[in-house]
Design a protein around this ligand. Sequence first.
Ligand SMILES: [Zn+2]
Length: 282
Amino acid sequence: MLAQRLPSILPPLDARELLDVSMIASIAGELRGGQISDRRPFRAPHHSASMAALVGGGVRVRPGEVSLAHNGVLFLDELPEFQPQALDSLRQPLESGETMIARANARVVYPARFQLVAAMNPCKCGLAGTPGHTCRRGDKCAADYQGRVSGPFLDRIDIRIDVPAVSASDMIGSKPGEASTMVAGRVARARDIQRRRYAGHGLDAVRTNADAPAHLIEEIVAPDAESSALLLKAAEAFSLSARAYHRVLKVARTLADLEGGDTVARPHIAEALSYRIAMAGH
Ligand SMILES: [Zn+2]
C-alpha cells in the first residue's frame, strides 16, 4: 500500500518527462485510448516476470517494465521470489538509467530511470524476528530466504526499513497521519533545491541527488570531521562498498534537503547509515 501511494507524493511529470513516458508507453502499446496523465508511472510486475518482461526484449523488441517505470516507480513485491537472473538483469539499468537490448543486427536503447521499491518477508514463513515466533527451520529460515537476493543487488538499495506487523491496538484509536499533500509539498521543495543545485554545476540533466556523479556528491556534502569519523567507523564495521559510501552521502544530502538545511550534519549521516544497514533477522 505504501509503495502504491508513493507516486502521490512525488512531483507531477514535467513536459519533457511526460513526453518520454508517453513515447515509451506508445512503443509498448500501453497508451490506452490516448490517455496521458502527469502522474508518475507505477509498475508492479509479478514475481514470475521473465528477464525480457523486466528489462525489455522478446521476439518483437519492446520496452520492459524498467522502461515503463521510467521517471516513476518500479515495485517488486516478494522480492526473493523473483528469478535471481531476472533480478540481476536490473543492475545495469539501476546503474546507468537505461537498458540496452542487443540483437544480431541491431541495438536498441530505452531509458529506464526509475525508483525501485521492493518488499519482502524476513523469511519463507514470513515471521522471523516476530516476538514469540520460532521458525521451524531455525535461523536458516531467514538466512536462506534473504540469501536469494544477491549482495550486489542489495547494495543498490539505499533505504531498508523493517516494518513490524500492525497489531489491533495500533489500529484502534490511532491518530490520522500527515496528509499526502503535505508530504508532496515537502518533496517538491526538496526536488527544487536539488534541480537548482545541479543546474548551478552546469548539469541540467541531473535533477536529484540520486543521479549526481560520485565525485560531485563528495564535494557537495563535504562531511565535517565528526561525520567523516562516523562514516569511516561504519565503513569498516559494515564493510561498505565505494558505491554504498556514495549512496549514504546522497541519502544524507536528501535528508538535509527535506529539512531545507544548507549543510549535511552528523545526524543526517547517521540516519542515512541506519537505513542502509537495517535488515530484519540480521
Ligand atoms: Zn521462517
